[in-house]
Design a protein around this ligand. Structure first.
Ligand code: SF4
Length: 476
């Protein structure tokens, strides 16, 4: 359901397997000849629409080295005796979708009702594999996210027992945010009440657009009226934060349609909304349909940047609080904890095929093959297939990435915490980005302009790559 997807989290990143939730530290990984200019933006152009030639679509980060496949199980095992420290989240992946939305690169498996109970049984078994181990059991978990796929596709009784199982196995903090991601199609009172009985206190629903024609063109089933009715019903329980994902840049989505999408979401009195840009990937049905001329093209970058700016203006005028550059809260119920923490350095316990986790910066990825994941869990083995060791400055880079998501970077504070002379290292970059209209300096704080916010993912990745090159070269 993710649009984001943020890490596993959804800028989301839309797209690709393995999920971003999942890929918190996903750097470019490419070795290219180093030159200062490759970190620069274009000058003398409108920075909002033309600062770079294209947008980076994955979560920014600096990766460490891969652990050899034959050592993954043993190395992971050795991490389990260390209690988690700092913030922690848990991600539980549900890979099923009832339809394949055209734009989506997250689609993994079709859904059949018979699969729901078996899948839930296996997930509950995986949750118990590390029961009693310090890395899972010691230290509070601050946010749980059921993502997918479409968690709301599961049958009501399975949603309830999965949520109850999570709450009984994981050491959740008293104020733990428990999010169920999903879609409103086939999400009626029985499933809503099952989620409440299981302890869900936040719903993140992929509406994408309220425009019925666009929804149906993209493979979404419910009409604007049905979506709105379901949202009203869910809100009427007054039990949880209800937020929706909206996407700008769909084919046929004019600026008027986009502003209407925001207006309709506002009129539903939700607790918040997330606004993501559409990324069209060639391998998705949408990419193919556009290539073959069956569907008109999606918005280009100048149009997307104008829609981004219009969305920011509309929500600021409506006094929404900005929790990150893409997340907006209307009420105090919406905290967006999972997405904020997972983009920083929080530990992440991950369950389900293709889910990605992180223990003290060691990033692991579960088997993406549904069958292999099931087989390994049923054999009593954690189904991890990949493990990456952290960069020596993992916490520093994650602090940079998390701050960029907020749109500002307190360089003096980071220098003090991590002992890195950011301002002197970054000086040539900061000067050029200021000239290009992407950032401004307020004392020691770098603030993204509106254009910088639109290009945040590029700036964050470039900054981290630049810092890594400079610090590794200087060997400090
Ligand atoms: S429901 Fe649609 S958007 Fe969500 S993960 Fe499935 S295919 Fe993608």
């Amino acid at each position: 359901m993710s649009t984001a997807a943020e890490l596993n989290t959804r800028e989301r990143i839309d797209s690709e397997a393995p999920r971003l939730n999942s890929m918190p530290f996903f750097g470019s990984g490419k070795e290219e000849a180093w030159s200062m200019e490759r970190y620069f933006a274009q000058e003398g152009v409108d920075p909002l629409s033309h600062a770079f030639e294209g947008k980076v679509a994955v979560h920014p980060g600096v990766g460490g080295g891969m652990v050899a496949p034959e050592e993954v199980a043993e190395r992971l095992e050795s991490l389990l005796d260390t209690p988690r420290s700092g913030d922690s989240v848990a991600y539980v992946h549900v890979p099923f979708c009832e339809t394949h939305c055209l734009y989506c690169g997250f689609y993994n498996r079709g859904y059949s009702r018979g699969e729901s109970a078996r899948y839930t049984d296996t997930l509950l078994r995986e949750l118990r594999l590390w029961e009693g181990r310090a890395a899972q059991q010691e230290g509070p978990v601050h946010a749980v996210y059921l993502g997918g796929g479409t968690p709301t596709a599961l049958e009501a009784q399975d949603l309830e027992r999965l949520l109850k199982g999570i709450r009984s196995v994981l050491p959740l903090a008293n104020d733990c945010e428990i999010t169920v991601e999903g879609r409103l199609h086939n999400f009626g009172p029985e499933k809503m009440e099952a989620c409440f009985a299981g302890g869900a206190n936040r719903f993140s629903l992929g509406v994408q657009s309220f425009h019925t024609k666009i929804r149906q063109l993209m493979g979404r089933l419910a009409s604007r009226e049905e979506v709105f009715r379901r949202l009203e019903l869910l809100k009427s329980y007054n039990q949880a934060a209800v937020i929706v994902d909206l996407i700008f840049g769909f084919p046929m989505q004019t600026m008027d349609v986009w502003l209407d999408d925001i207006a309709v979401a506002r009129s539903a009195n939700l607790d918040g909304m997330d606004c993501y840009q559409l990324n069209v990937y060639g391998q998705t049905p949408l990419g193919r349909a556009i290539r073959e001329g069956k569907i008109p093209p999606a918005a280009d970058i100048p149009m997307q940047s104008a829609m981004f700016a219009a969305g920011v203006e509309a929500l600021q005028k409506a006094f929404y609080r900005r929790l990150s550059l893409t997340h907006w809260a209307r009420t105090s119920r919406e905290r967006n904890l999972y997405n904020l923490k997972v983009k920083g350095s929080a530990n992440c316990l991950a369950f389900g095929p293709g889910a990605g986790g992180n223990l003290a910066g060691w990033f692991y990825l579960n088997q993406s093959s549904y069958q292999k994941w099931q087989d390994m869990v049923n054999e009593g083995r954690k189904p991890a297939m990949m493990l990456m060791r952290p960069d020596a400055r993992f916490y520093f880079y994650r602090a940079v990435a998390a701050a960029m998501e907020q749109g500002w970077l307190d360089m003096a504070a980071l220098e003090q915490t991590y002992g890195v002379q950011m301002r002197s290292v970054l000086q040539p970059l900061l000067e050029q980005w200021q000239r290009a209209g992407l950032v401004s300096l307020q004392g020691s704080v770098m603030v993204l302009t509106l254009a910088g916010q639109f290009w945040q993912v590029n700036l964050s990745q470039l900054m981290q790559d630049f810092l890594k090159h400079a610090l590794d070269t200087a060997n400090v």
